[in-house]
Write a protein that binds this ligand. Structure first.
Ligand code: Z5A
Length: 208
């Protein structure tokens, strides 16, 4: 049986995470690996129910602490019901967002990075991906892609002001600088096929 691996894809809205997750999954399947495609918030029945609570409704539906707790609760269920069982049978799990999104989106204001990591220790015993692929794209290009797809509609969190999204991008870059063994920044500009090649290079050392 091959060794299961857990890979997360991170980055701002419109960077191409979902597109690349599908392409990476296809590339890994051609190598004979079992691949599970999943996402956060969500990825299990309970976590998908929490996703609906988190991403719909007014901007002030949840305060910062309740929001961070809901993301942590969804993640605990996702890990227990979907990620751990797949890892145990030797599958590769690709997740569209994971803990670093909570650190970047919920851990830069009223709550700190240490607070988010503490919630993750309580909810999920500090479980981390084998590798995190951070898709980087200039903000105008990413929001242009998202606008071309969605028009002016956005979810509760995506609709926040541009300085919030700038702080999120800076937090992600800091994780890549400070936790380079796990978090690899990947240039997400150019054709989708070219970006997929960059992602495959960034996990080459984990492949069987
Ligand atoms: N959130 C949080 O606050 N805390 C947490 O812990 C977690 C999440 C887990 C989830 O939204 C929201 O929850 C998110 C963060 C917050 N809000 N924001 N911001 P989501 O997961 O539903 O949405 P998203 O993560 O923001 O994803 P997205 O907008 O779907 O973006 P994407 O997946 O990175 O991009 P895409 O869908 O692959 O591509 C966007 C468009 O660009 C699409 O039309 C593609 O066809 C096109 N595209 C993709 N690649 C290319 C290339 N290479 N060239 C040209 N066009 C391209």
């Amino acid at each position: 049986m091959s060794i299961g691996r857990f890979i997360s894809l991170e980055g701002g809205e419109g960077a191409g995470k979902s597109t690349q997750l599908r392409a990476l999954a296809a590339a890994l399947r051609t190598r004979g690996l079992e691949v599970v495609e999943t996402r956060e918030p969500g990825g299990s029945e309970g976590a998908e129910a929490i996703r609906a609570l988190l991403l719909t409704g007014g901007a002030d539906r949840w305060n910062a602490r309740a929001e961070a707790l809901l993301f942590a609760a969804a993640r605990a269920d996702h890990i227990e019901k979907t990620i751990r069982p797949a890892l145990d049978r030797g599958a590769w799990i690709l997740s569209d967002r994971f803990l670093d999104s909570s650190r970047a989106y919920q851990g830069q204001g009223e709550l700190t990075d240490d607070d988010i990591l503490a919630l993750h220790r309580i909810g999920s015993v500090g479980f981390l991906p084998d590798r995190t692929l951070l898709l980087t794209l200039p903000e105008e290009e990413a929001s242009g892609r998202a606008r071309a797809r969605d028009g002016d509609s956005s979810d509760r969190i995506g609709g926040r002001a541009s300085d919030f999204h700038q702080a999120v991008a800076e937090a992600f870059s800091r994780f890549a600088r400070e936790e380079g063994d796990r978090v690899r920044a990947i240039d997400a500009s150019g054709a989708a096929e070219v970006v997929t090649v960059r992602l495959l290079e960034a996990i080459e050392d984990l492949l069987p």
